[in-house]
Ligand binder design. Structure first.
Ligand code: THU
Length: 134
């Protein structure tokens, strides 16, 4: 199994666990960290709608909680006509833990894939060096 296939398979499995009774739109995310460990997330909605969280945010939180520090690759999948791009907030969250050229694959459950980089998703990202920090 290739690394990419592994991320896809695991994102598809975690997508099934999404709590999305309000949108009916389940999303799964799998992140591989700098050590090769894979961390998973799904969207978790709330009846107070703004309190819901995205799949990418869940996967990033799982990575940090497990001790991972950097995103080497990310995979996001949903049952949609076209590969679904991360929302604006998740683009900033991905940029916090990834390099500009870190690959992000957006995919559909049918198998369509679109591969971009974090910089493609968030050109001109606000970053620590804008505050004079390393
Ligand atoms: N959603 C994600 O989890 N990730 C994305 O990349 C796009 C949107 C979720 C949020 C909400 O639960 C549902 O999809 C509809 O917006």
């Amino acid at each position: 199994m290739t690394d990419a296939t592994d991320l896809r398979d695991r994102a598809l499995v975690v997508r099934e666990r999404a709590h999305a009774p309000y949108s009916g739109f389940k999303v799964g995310a799998a992140i591989r960290d700098e050590d090769g460990a894979v961390h998973l997330g799904c969207n978790v909605e709330n009846v107070a709608y703004p309190e819901g969280t995205c799949a990418e945010a869940g996967a990033i939180a799982a990575m940090v909680a497990a001790g991972g520090r950097r995103i080497a690759a990310a995979y996001v999948v949903a049952d949609a006509p076209d590969p679904v791009p991360p929302c604006g907030g998740c683009r900033q969250k991905l940029a916090e833990f990834a390099d500009a050229d870190t690959p992000v694959v957006m995919a559909t459950t049918d198998g369509a894939e679109r591969r971009v980089t974090v910089a493609d998703l968030l050109p001109g990202a606000f970053a620590a060096d804008h505050m004079g920090r390393a």
